[in-house]
Design a protein around this ligand. Structure first.
Ligand SMILES: Cc1cc2nc3c(=O)[nH]c(=O)nc-3n(C[C@H](O)[C@H](O)[C@H](O)COP(=O)(O)OP(=O)(O)OC[C@H]3O[C@@H](n4cnc5c(N)ncnc54)[C@H](O)[C@@H]3O)c2cc1C
Length: 387
């Protein structure tokens, strides 16, 4: 009897995409997904919107695959299985309860975890992050009893969370380390335009400011490092993520910010693949849903004996909140053409030959789609795109 068995560690987007890809090339090899969450794979990007209403958990599209899909595809799915250690020599893994499983090929798809709640604050009461459905439910319930919330981090996720919490009638403060919003996605004028929209919504923005300290139990008295003081029922940290993966023995794979993988999503250790937020392809980790799916697909096909190659594409960053739509793609430096209407503002950046290389667009989703295409195709940057 064959000892072949593929285990996927991590039941997020990358993990389930890997399982699907395995089945696209091999219908019989045993496949098991283990995950430390207590729930089947769900669409993680929806979590921030659940801070307004947990009803979204029951809506179509929350789960990536329904129960029947796992049965039909003969994919074993084990929840509450926290992999503590992987032994690449004996091809086993063990969870935090000491339960061991064997594999012939392993796909690590363990995602990432929220970054840097300073150690001094990590275990204090009333401090939250939003990474899992459990985190989201906990925060949702907690803020039912408070009148104001401070979000530390005014990036895309922090702003989205701010919007959905604001819609519950709760006062929302956002403290942002940078002097202006979304400096990676918008230039100074774009940032100022968005700041205006957000300030008018009622969110209290504190830019160029980090939390210095806070005290209190029921209500936190917070001091920012620019000297401002405010009161909040809780603090939500949204300051980025870092790759997360279990210990590998006897040798770790090559690591930098994540598990280093080649274009086949192979790690430096034979028969071990990595994909999604825990994997580093090239010199960066995009931490995007679509990238996790594509990398999972590549890892799954190759683990099942295929020869798939991952090619990184340009994916736009989006924010749908504050009754507007923000898109940013590619490089937003240098020469540009622009368009401004009563409700929108956009810029298309081009290289010295006049070819599109980046864009941002606030308030016009349709035009945003066109701009993305122009940047992806490096089309000549012509102002007809605005009309
Ligand atoms: C609130 C929020 C909003 C987002 N919005 C967007 C968006 O709008 N657009 C976008 O492109 N991306 C967005 N993202 C990012 C996107 O969700 C991630 O890039 C994507 O989920 C990565 O998928 P993954 O499968 O690699 O990791 P994950 O989705 O993190 O899944 C990893 C799984 O592995 C499990 N795991 C971890 N360690 C272990 C272990 N030791 N043992 C067993 N299981 C383990 C985890 O519990 C988890 O279930 C958002 C993320 C969050 C948190």
């Amino acid at each position: 009897m064959s000892n072949e068995k593929i285990i996927i560690v991590g039941g997020g987007g990358a993990g389930v995409s890997a399982a699907q890809a395995i089945r696209s090339v091999n219908s019989t090899i045993p496949v098991t997904i283990v995950t430390k969450e207590s729930i089947k794979p769900y669409f993680r990007p929806v979590l921030t919107s659940l801070l307004e209403s947990l009803d979204g958990e029951n809506k179509k599209g929350f789960f990536v695959k329904d129960e029947q899909w796992f049965l039909d595809n003969n994919i074993e799915f084990i929840t509450d299985f926290n992999v503590a250690k992987i032994d690449s020599e004996n091809k086993t893994l063990v969870n935090s309860n000491g339960m061991s499983l064997s594999w012939s090929k392993l796909i690590i798809a363990t995602g990432s975890e929220p970054l840097v709640i300073p150690d001094a604050f990590r275990h204090r009461k009333n401090v939250f992050t939003v990474r899992t459905i459990e985190d989201t439910r906990r925060l949702y319930n907690f803020i039912s009893g408070v009148s104001s919330v401070l979000i530390s981090g005014g990036g895309l996720l922090g702003l989205e969370a701010a919007w959905y919490i604001l819609r519950r009638g709760i006062t929302v403060h956002v403290s942002e380390y940078f002097k202006r919003l979304l400096p990676r996605q918008l230039d100074e004028d774009g940032g100022a335009y968005l700041t205006d929209i957000i300030s008018k919504s009622g969110v209290k923005l504190h830019t160029g400011a980090c939390i210095k300290d806070f005290s209190g139990e029921t209500y936190l008295d917070v001091v920012l490092d620019n000297g401002e003081e405010l009161k909040a029922g809780c603090i939500v940290y949204s300051v980025g993520v870092k790759s997360s993966f279990p210990e590998l023995t006897p040798e770790p794979p090559k690591l930098e910010r994540g598990i280093i993988v080649d274009e086949h999503m192979r790690s430096s250790i034979d028969n071990i693949y990595a994909c999604g937020d825990c994997a580093q392809f090239g010199n960066f980790i995009p931490a995007l849903w679509m990238v996790a799916l594509k990398q999972g697909e590549t890892a799954g096909k190759n683990a099942a004996g295929g020869d798939a190659v991952y090619q990184h594409q340009l994916y736009p960053a989006m924010l749908k909140a504050f009754d507007t739509h923000v898109m940013s793609v590619g490089s937003i430096e240098g020469s540009f053409i622009e368009n401004r209407t009563a409700n929108s503002f956009m810029r298309l950046f081009h290289d010295e030959n006049g070819n599109s290389k980046g864009a941002w667009c606030i308030g016009d989703p349709q035009r945003a789609t066109k701009l993305i295409k122009m940047v992806k195709d490096s089309s000549p940057a012509e102002s007809s795109v605005f009309h």
